[in-house]
Design a protein around this ligand. Structure first.
Ligand code: SF4
Length: 256
């Protein structure tokens, strides 16, 4: 992996400083991510296993309801805005379809459910957490804004659960039909799950987030990598080192 000025700047904004050896490698156009030394962190660095695809998740994906299967992007956006396929429609202010790449996406970023600000704005991942996410994506060579966005960011359920509770299985089942249609339209090379609820749903595994990180899962035939939610990283900056490991794993998986 080579590092351009923007990526190095984004890494710095994430709280990283490339060591001198890595900078020399950049100057020599040395492409190996392994030369990047991580900065010292308070917690011991986790052992990251390289991209070995885990066994398929045991969960059986629900069949898609016919209401979404044939829709193009504008029609799907409109359908989501007025969707009443599960009870989460009752208290939402706005459904959050997602934003980023318009037609094809290299990365599909699936987050935990919308928070109060997302629900008010109808936009995915705004505020400080959204800005950190954008810097993380840029550091990994992706972008969800600008002239040519390459990543699309969307929540695991499009409507905010009341009082921020976890979505129930029936609600997740209903909204996975929307997510599956988004995948069909965007045709991403990789799925990145941000946060516990997105990670557990997509992996089908009820394990702590720490145990879901560091390996490549499979979801609907796509490589799936799990990492921390940016809102968590704002509260726990020491874990940015682990998030960077996850982004490197995601990038390697998308390119393999
Ligand atoms: S959460 Fe998803 S399935 Fe449920 S009403 Fe909102 S858009 Fe429809």
């Amino acid at each position: 992996m080579s590092w351009d000025e923007r990526q190095r700047a984004m890494l710095a904004e994430m709280g990283f400083r490339l060591p001198a050896r890595a900078v020399e490698a950049v100057a020599a156009d040395e492409p190996d991510v392994a030369v990047i030394e991580r900065p010292p962190v308070a917690a011991p660095a986790p052992v990251i296993s390289r991209p070995t695809v885990a066994a398929p998740a045991p969960r059986i994906a629900p069949a898609l309801p016919t209401t979404f299967t044939d829709l193009d992007t504008p029609a799907l956006r409109e359908a989501v805005a007025t969707c009443r396929a599960c009870g989460l429609c009752e208290q939402r202010r706005n459904a959050v379809y997602g934003n980023g790449a318009v037609q094809r996406a290299q990365w599909l970023v699936v987050t935990d459910p919308p928070d109060d600000a997302d629900d008010a704005a109808g936009q995915a991942m705004g505020g400080d957490a959204g800005r950190l996410l954008d810097r993380m994506l840029l550091a990994a060579g992706q972008r969800r804004t600008g002239d040519q966005p390459t990543a699309f960011v969307t929540p695991i359920v499009k409507c905010r659960p009341p009082r921020g509770r976890a979505p129930q299985p029936a609600e997740l089942d209903a909204c996975e039909a929307v997510l599956a249609r988004q995948v069909a339209l965007l045709q991403p090379r990789l799925v990145l799950a941000l946060g516990m609820q997105a990670a557990r749903r997509l992996t089908g595994l009820a394990e702590p987030l720490g145990k879901l990180r560091g390996r490549v899962h499979a979801w609907r035939g796509l490589p799936l990598v799990v990492t921390y939610h940016p809102a968590y990283l704002l509260r726990s900056p020491a874990d940015k080192a682990g998030a960077w490991d996850d982004l490197c794993l995601a990038r390697a998986s998308a390119e393999s």
